[in-house]
Design a protein around this ligand. Structure first.
Ligand code: NAD
Length: 415
């Protein structure tokens, strides 16, 4: 809400529209009784928040996590509205969640829970109403079960009811690395604005999962120097020539902690020199490295009032959702560090989700090349628009993205 209020003030937002945007359109809270493998019935709680569908059907992931709360789901659905509007895709904001630790369920229990969730919300979803997708701990397989359950209940095919499906069940080419690819387009456009040449630009990436590892690989291919990466167990820093993400992958696959490598072979962490050009670092050290671009790609709240003052990067590209606290934002702004906000930097994922929906409703299947061409166009145009808004109002890029997004929703609401 503080982000909405900040943008509303700058753009002198109509008071009535501001009020409308303060609440989700609809929130569903459901009980899902599931027969466990033991024979007992366990009742799970699920939510779906449909924030605003002014621009198109609600869109947003469903997370399975023991820490899911209604307030969190509502806030995430608001951010989805902003994200979709920032990159100008005709989708509204939505989010869902079930309070569960999926790691404690068998595959059969997980399937029954996923189908049970759809049995409770099916009247309010559909390719023309609300289109869920994967989020934390939900997978393409879960999306397939949900699509199947939905189609059984409505009695007809509707592949666009859900995105993030496996390719063979109507998924889109490119979805697996779309978040990272979108972030790469942002890095490229930012580098142009800041006169950074790829081969002279150093990048540190916190988080080496789906988003971070693809980002490292694509940037490396483009000539950027990936000098540090980390995961939950810590990371490595090698400034001289940069790291080769393919070799980092080999290390991760071997099950070892991230380590420097010795010409083609992963060295054990014990062999890694702790001083010198290649060294083992922790996540706090990674955030404070003297690099050109810092990419948080792990968790929320990593850049806080405690460490923002120590950040030396010239720019931050937020691949993770919510990695920077509002207090840290102020400090970074004062220091002149440019932040490409999550609602823009990681919007490649929802953009390709929208492409999946678009292909499904048109009965088409696009090649990876076509998907990437369209993604590039969307991301570059959106980046430029947010940059122009930032210049126009002399504000940071996050506030600019909110202003641009709310301008779009407002125009449509008034029309
Ligand atoms: P993931 O689970 O595949 O990877 C997360 C990575 O972060 C792992 O390597 C993990 O070891 C690491 N990690 C965990 N705790 C850490 C810590 N304290 N310090 C450093 N690293 C740590 O998740 P993902 O899909 O890559 O998502 C990462 C972030 O990107 C999340 O914030 C997510 O919301 C956001 N995001 C992802 C997508 C997507 O399509 N995958 C889309 C939009 C936003």
């Amino acid at each position: 809400m503080s982000q909405l209020n900040k943008a509303a003030k700058i753009m002198n937002l109509d008071k009535d529209i501001h009020e409308i945007l303060k609440q989700p359109d609809r929130v569903l809270s459901v009980s899902i009784p599931i027969k466990m493998d033991s024979g007992e019935i366990k009742v799970f709680t699920g939510y779906r928040s449909q924030y605003n569908n002014t621009l198109g059907p609600y869109k947003g992931g469903i997370r399975y996590h023991p820490g899911v709360t209604l307030d969190e789901v509502k806030a995430l659905s608001f951010w989805m509205m902003v994200k979709c509007a920032t990159v100008n895709i005709p989708m509204g904001g939505g989010k869902g969640g079930v309070i569960v630790n999926p790691k404690e369920l068998s595959e059969g229990e997980l399937e029954r829970l996923s189908r049970g969730y759809v049995q409770k919300i099916w009247r309010d979803i559909g390719s023309d109403k609300d289109v869920p997708a994967p989020d934390v701990y939900t997978t393409p397989q879960i999306m397939s079960w949900m699509r199947n359950e939905y189609e059984k209940l409505v009695g007809h095919k509707d592949p666009g009811v859900i995105t993030g499906k496996p390719l063979e069940d109507g998924g889109s080419e490119g979805r697996g690395f779309s978040t990272a690819q979108g972030g790469v387009y942002c890095v490229r456009e930012l580098a142009k604005k800041m006169n950074m040449k790829p081969e002279e630009t150093t990048v540190a990436i916190q988080g080496y999962g789906n988003a971070g590892s693809f980002m490292a690989k694509i940037l490396h291919k483009l000539g950027y120097k990936i000098v540090a990466v980390s995961d939950s167990k810590g990371g490595v820093f090698y400034n001289e020539h940069g790291l080769d993400p393919e070799k980092i992958d080999e290390i991760k696959k071997s099950g070892s902690p991230l380590a420097c490598y010795c010409l083609g072979n992963a060295c054990s962490i014990d062999d890694v020199p702790h001083e010198g050009p290649c060294k083992h670092i922790n996540n706090d050290q990674l955030i404070e490295l003297d690099v050109d671009i810092l990419v948080p790609a792990a968790l929320e709240n990593q850049i806080t009032a405690d460490n923002a003052g120590k950040i030396k990067a010239k720019a931050i590209v937020e691949l993770a959702n919510g990695p920077t606290t509002p207090e840290a934002d102020e400090i970074l702004k004062e220091k002149g560090i440019v932040v490409v906000p999550d609602v823009l930097a990681n919007a490649g994922g929802v953009t390709v989700s929208y492409f999946e929906w678009d292909q499904n409703v048109k009965g088409q299947h696009w090649s990876e090349e076509e998907v990437l061409q369209k993604l590039e166009k969307t991301m570059v145009t959106s980046f430029d628009e947010v940059w122009e808004t930032k210049e126009k109002y002399n504000i940071d890029m996050r506030t600019a993205a909110f202003v641009k997004a709310i301008e779009r929703v407002t125009e449509k609401l008034k029309s």
